[in-house]
Design a protein around this ligand. Structure first.
Ligand code: NAD
Ligand code: UD2
Length: 312
């Protein structure tokens, strides 16, 4: 079986991917500095994954860890938009220099393909909806810029050095192992936590803002397809559901699923907030054969069950 290195494999998306790779009988390595990742996320896989505690900013340290790997899924990053605004230098060193290090190590080790976790943040507040990969990037934060830079480095390593790369623009991902107690966690984990703890969810703005909320199993599926899809090399591909939901619709759905009549409290919109966002996923369908298999309501149900067991 293939050997796959998952950088950021102890994180939310990474641990869900590692779990699926192990279930498929792949040999899996993880490189993670545990800055936001958690060993608990991999607890159920003890003895079936080789975990390396390390930093992608250290190229020499990474080289022996990548040696022999067939594929790399590069998820490690400083993932907070807010933190990138207050500390752009750390964001730059982790997300841009770290990604360059991963690509250099992969190229030199003869890795067949690198999958890069890009972000819908690349679209910024571009007026066109749905978001399509041909739109001009419009990064509004150092985090978003770092992700666009990662995309360009991926394309360069394919064109210039022949290293196969695929950049996946993840939209708003949610699901088990997204830590609701993190200040940078997604709105859905925060809302579910409020419901389960008897608190009132807080909506920043009027609640009519929309997102393409995508359950993590869909992202894992798209990523595994991107590893093998022959036509995907050198491409940037949206990963979402193509279906937007507003926060007001989300609260109504949570009330339905949990049998509650919760009225959220509203406060002023967050500065720099993107108003509307959802993906065009035609390219993922054609290049990867991707089709989201878990819809929003089912994803909410599974996330509620996980949060209820993990945190309550
Ligand atoms: P996460 O914070 O749970 O995962 C990131 C992982 O990378 C963590 O385990 C962290 O410890 C590790 N890490 C951070 N800096 C590192 C470093 N210098 N060296 C080694 N490991 C390091 O976040 P996530 O939501 O699982 O995100 C995974 C990837 O997907 C990230 O690249 C993120 O930017 C991208 N992404 C996520 C979303 C989303 O909605 N969750 C949306 C778009 C893109
Ligand atoms: C997500 C990513 C960010 C970047 C961006 C790109 C997360 C956590 N953040 O930011 O890294 O990729 O997409 O577009 O995945 N909100 C509330 N109440 C809350 C929390 C949030 O109303 O308690 C609102 C928030 O103002 C925003 C929406 O919910 O309008 C989604 O917020 P988010 O932080 O989950 O995600 P987003 O899209 O701002």
């Amino acid at each position: 079986m293939a050997i796959t290195l998952v950088t950021g494999g102890a994180g939310f998306i990474g641990s869900n991917l590692v779990e699926r790779l192990v279930e498929r009988g792949e040999t899996v390595r993880v490189l993670d500095d545990f800055s936001t990742g958690n060993a608990e996320n991999l607890a159920g896989l003890a003895g079936r994954v080789t975990v390396h505690r390390g930093d992608i900013r250290n190229l020499d340290e990474m080289r022996p860890i990548i040696a022999g790997a067939n594929y790399v899924v590069h998820l490690a990053a400083s993932t907070s938009v807010a933190r990138s605004v207050s500390d752009p230098l750390t964001c730059n060193s982790v997300n841009i220099t770290g990604t360059l290090n991963v690509l250099l190590a992969a190229r030199d080790a003869g890795v067949k393909r690198v999958i890069f976790a890009a972000s819908a943040a690349a679209y910024g507040d571009h007026p066109q909806l749905p978001r399509v990969e041909t739109q001009e990037p419009c990064p509004l934060s150092p985090y978003a810029l770092s992700k666009v830079a990662g995309e360009y480095y991926c394309r360069l390593f394919w064109k210039l050095y022949g290293l196969e790369t695929v950049a996946l623009r993840f939209f708003n991902i949610f699901g088990p192992r997204q830590n609701p107690d993190s200040p940078y966690s997604g709105v859905l984990s925060t809302f579910i936590s409020s419901y389960l703890r008897g608190k009132t969810p807080a909506i920043f703005g009027d609640g009519e803002q929309s997102r393409d909320f995508t359950f993590v199993a869909n992202v894992v599926d798209a990523t595994l397809r991107a590893v093998a899809a022959p036509e995907a090399a050198g491409r940037v591909i949206n990963v979402g559901t193509g279906v937007p939901h507003t926060l007001n619709q989300t609260v109504a759905l949570l009330n339905k699923v949990l049998g509650r009549e919760v009225t959220p409290k509203y406060s002023p919109a967050r500065a720099g907030d993107v108003r509307y966002s959802h993906a065009k996923i035609d390219l993922a369908r054609s290049l990867l054969g991707y089709e989201p298999s878990v819809d929003f309501e089912e994803g909410l149900r599974r996330t509620i069950e996980w949060q209820r067991a993990a945190f309550i």
